[in-house]
Ligand binder design. Structure first.
Ligand SMILES: Nc1ncnc2c1ncn2[C@@H]1O[C@H](COP(=O)(O)OP(=O)(O)O)[C@@H](O)[C@H]1O
Ligand SMILES: N[C@@H](CCC(=O)OP(=O)(O)O)C(=O)O
Length: 282
């Protein structure tokens, strides 16, 4: 069964986007963060090993400083990320503590991943947290990441970061919680005829063509970076799902094998057409 691999996943990375923890451009969605903390804590109790990759530092920084626009200067963005990351982590610590679940912050820059020794250090840190039953809460270290000619320490988006974290901890499954049900045949924000695709076994140029940019000012990825993440997972024979973040307890349904969102996975024995689409979307 196609969804069996999802059901059997033991080590899972869950990525949550800015739009999913903020309900207006600058308003924090406390209910969503609480429900995510509940669902992830319950999964952990059921024996799953879960790491979270979370966006939101810049968005929460903007919310804290009452800004409606993304600052143009890099320095301004770095400052917002620094302000917001503290707020973000404080929220996760608070909500997870309601479910007696410990969490640990891990901030990563790209150079850490490029050097074998530091790659190993990240891997040891994450493995140790997981082995102690602590949920790692990971973000890019936006306050100090830069992109210069010969010095790149920026990932730039957390979809890519979540796929890399999945590699580092050898996760079976990456779940990207987004503000949308999954990959559509076109951006539903601009095309009302767009249909949800439930299964993709290869990220082909035709699939990439379907993806547009981010849905809000404080999000950076959009569908394009999610597809790059999917490609990385498929190439490693692992699974990835994009699903809507509106009700995080749907993660239970997903892991029970229900067909939710878009599943990206190479399935050798699956001889159906490359992707299938369904017409009715909720
Ligand atoms: N083909 C597509 N299918 C679904 N969403 C798409 C597509 N192309 C572009 N998008 C946009 O990608 C957005 C999700 O990505 P993003 O804005 O980065 O949100 P998040 O913060 O949840 O990661 C959707 O809200 C939608 O506007
Ligand atoms: N690291 C940035 C998020 C970057 C990002 O990829 O955002 P999103 O597209 O909302 O997942 C932050 O914490 O604001």
């Amino acid at each position: 069964m196609l969804r069996e691999k999802v059901q059997k996943a033991k080590r899972i990375v869950i990525k949550i986007g800015t739009n999913s923890i903020m309900n207006a451009p600058t308003k924090i969605d406390y209910k969503k963060i609480d429900r995510l903390a509940y669902a992830v804590s319950a999964l952990h109790q059921e024996g799953k090993e879960v790491a979270i990759v979370t966006s939101g530092a810049v968005g929460l920084g903007a919310s804290t400083m009452n800004l409606k626009e993304y600052p143009a200067s890099i320095a301004g963005q770095q400052a917002l990320a620094s302000i917001g990351q503290g707020v973000l982590m404080n929220l996760y610590s608070k909500f997870f503590s309601h479910y007696n679940q410990h969490v640990g912050q891990v901030l990563i820059t790209r150079d850490v991943i490029s050097f074998p020794e530091s790659y190993k250090n990240v891997s040891v840190a994450l493995d140790t947290l997981l082995s102690k039953g602590v949920i790692p809460i990971i973000n890019e270290n936006d306050a100090v990441s830069v992109d210069e000619l010969n010095h790149n320490t920026k990932f730039g988006d957390n979809d890519t970061l979540s796929a890399i974290v999945s590699e580092v901890i050898d996760a079976d499954l990456l779940v990207i919680l987004s503000d949308i049900e999954g990959l559509y045949t076109a951006n539903p924000a601009t095309d009302k005829n767009a249909e949800l695709i439930t299964y993709v076994n290869e990220v082909t140029p035709e699939i990439i063509e379907m993806a547009g940019g981010a849905g809000s000012k404080f999000a950076t990825g959009g569908m394009a970076t999610k597809l790059q993440a999917a490609d990385r997972m498929i190439r490693r024979q692992k699974a990835m799902v994009i699903m809507k973040s509106d009700e995080p307890s749907k993660l239970f349904n997903l892991l029970a094998g229900e067909e939710i969102g878009t599943l990206f996975m190479k399935e050798g024995i699956h001889s159906d057409k490359q992707y299938s689409s369904i017409g009715n979307r909720s």
